[in-house]
Write a protein that binds this ligand. Sequence first.
Ligand code: F6R
Length: 241
Amino acid sequence: MNVLTFATNEELSAYAADFITDMVRAKPDAVLGLATGETPIGVYEQLVARYREGRVSFRQVKAFNLDEYAGLSQGHTQSYQAYMHKHLFSGIDLPLEQAYIPCGRADDRWGAARDYDRLLDEAGQLDLQLLGIGHNGHIGFNEPGEELHAQTHVVRLKEETRAANSRYFESLAEVPEYAITMGVGPIMKARQLLLIVRGEDKAAVLKKALLGPITTQCPASLLQLHPQLTVLLDEGAAKEL
Ligand code: F6R
């Protein structure tokens, strides 16, 4: 595990963007696993900047997002599809037919989960999975509990996750109760993992994830088993390590 701490979000995001840029330059048809949330916004901004400067092209890349809310309407501003378009896809040359996100609008959610696994299987191993961490230790929407799932699945979001994400919605009631998430299988099989954590409010869960016991009660603790894990932190998140 390689843990790096940065003084500013800009430096942290630049490091992550360079990491991804270098990977795509070395392997133009790389398969990237992407995340949403507040944490990677700076990384996506800097990836767009590197694309505009002509330093990288995503034309042959395939991208798989970790998760999507279930039941939001087409084009809902808080869908992860809308997020990815806003922060990354509209600013780079990745063909949209190579950008995959679980279909949260599907009537048959489990069918959509199985379809997503088929696409993941066809694409082969992820070259890189970008990850954030929830306050309860979730990765993607793999929530803490008695068990973890290797495959894409429908998940009932924990109340703490809905509460944390309610800042983007008009009210807590509007936050979807369900989501479709990639399981821990493709995450753990990815060649490289890049975990980004910011803020003192994540310091305690980060300590549990990196130094605590490996347990389904803290899904991110599984990452300790990955042979190529890079963790990028700001000083707040690094406080308890
Ligand atoms: C989102 C995702 C989640 C977030 C986590 C942290 O695709 O996979 O696991 O990474 O909830 O979110 P932020 O960055 O908003 O604190």
